[in-house]
Design a protein. Structure first.
Length: 308
DNA sequence: CCCATGACCTGTTTGC
DNA sequence: TGCAAACAGGTCATGG
């Protein structure tokens, strides 16, 4: 289940093995994997041909690859709706990627056998002998091509402008996050998973950060003090950096880096997936509770539920 | 606007 | 043994 650390590992792999290369051809094997590209598979493939890939970027769980070399080509322009409205000089293009639940971006030797769930193949116009593959069992993830926000130095795709900065972004505003928490009438885990408040946190790292902070997942955000928010953010950053240092968390073969290798953070998890195992602080068995069609893992002693 | 919930998707595990 | 239900859960549309 790729969250920020896993996506960052993939970004680094793309940076090393894909950035700077020019696309020769794209094959779309499953339409659902390009569903966010509303102009369809043929348009996606045709417009990528000949483009050069720039530096790989990430915000939260989203990845993107700025591309250059094509003509003016927003989706609306390509559809012929209003080709004169958007001057091509004010914006760029980027390939947006989201791994969803089970998506993988793999750099494979050309001619390696196709994976069972190969959805998209990108061939390059060079002699390096490798290609980029998007493999995705559950098809929650996908690729698409978008205009970038005019003037944005990071070439942010316009369709993810609503996604908040992530806690490892130097420009993340801790004070603004605290103020937003105080305004919300919701509970802390919901807020941590809300990608418009803070991005990159999913079910695993939310439970880990809450365990480290000794906070129950249903604590109302309106009860948070500035120091409590600061401590929580510190634990979010610590656990993500620790995971990043060992290549992320791999529960099964569904999360791997671009070279197909797993991460090793699973063995360091304190709460997630540890139902009935002793809390590493106090020895009380960790509990699992159904929560929002998924699970929350917590220590019933260290993380007391809020009153009421 | 704010917040909560269901739909989407497939392979594996669990239970009767 | 076989089948069904539960489970994994990120994002977005929708409805209160």
């Amino acid at each position: 289940m790729p969250e920020l650390p896993e996506v960052e590992v993939v970004r680094r792999g793309l940076e090393r093995w894909v950035s700077g290369r020019t696309i020769d051809a794209v094959e779309v094997h499953h339409p659902r994997s390009i569903r966010r590209h509303t102009a369809g598979a043929a348009d996606f493939a045709a417009r990528l041909k000949g483009l050069r890939i720039g530096a790989a970027r990430r915000r939260g769980k989203y990845l993107w690859l700025p591309v250059t070399g094509g003509g003016p080509a927003s989706q609306t322009a390509a559809e012929g709706i209003s080709p004169m409205v958007t001057p091509s000089v004010t914006h760029g293009l980027a390939i947006l990627a989201h791994l969803g639940m089970s998506g993988q971006l793999l750099v494979q030797p050309e001619g390696a056998p196709d994976e069972k769930h190969l959805r998209i193949r990108v061939r390059f116009d060079d002699a390096l002998g490798t290609e980029l593959r998007f493999v995705d069992q559950r098809t929650f993830g996908g690729l698409s091509l978008h205009d970038t926000v005019p003037g944005a130095a990071d070439h942010l795709p316009d369709v993810i402008a609503h996604i908040a900065r992530d806690p490892l972004d130097p420009a993340f505003d801790d004070a603004a996050f605290h103020d937003a928490l105080r305004r919300r009438r919701t509970t802390i885990k919901r807020a941590l998973l809300d990608q418009t408040l803070i991005s990159g946190v999913g079910n695993i790292y939310a439970d880990e950060a809450l365990w480290r902070s000794r906070l129950h997942y249903e604590r109302p955000t309106a009860t948070f003090t500035r120091p409590r928010t600061a401590e929580l953010l510190g634990h979010v950053r610590d656990v993500m950096n620790a995971a990043l240092a060992v290549g992320g968390t791999s529960f099964d073969s569904l999360y791997v880096n671009v070279n197909g290798e797993s991460g090793y953070f699973e063995r360091s998890l304190d709460a997630y997936g540890r139902e009935d195992e002793p809390c590493r602080r106090c020895g009380t068995p960790i509990r699992r509770r159904p929560w929002m069609n998924r699970s929350s893992y917590f220590c019933p002693r260290c993380q007391r539920p809020p009153r009421g």
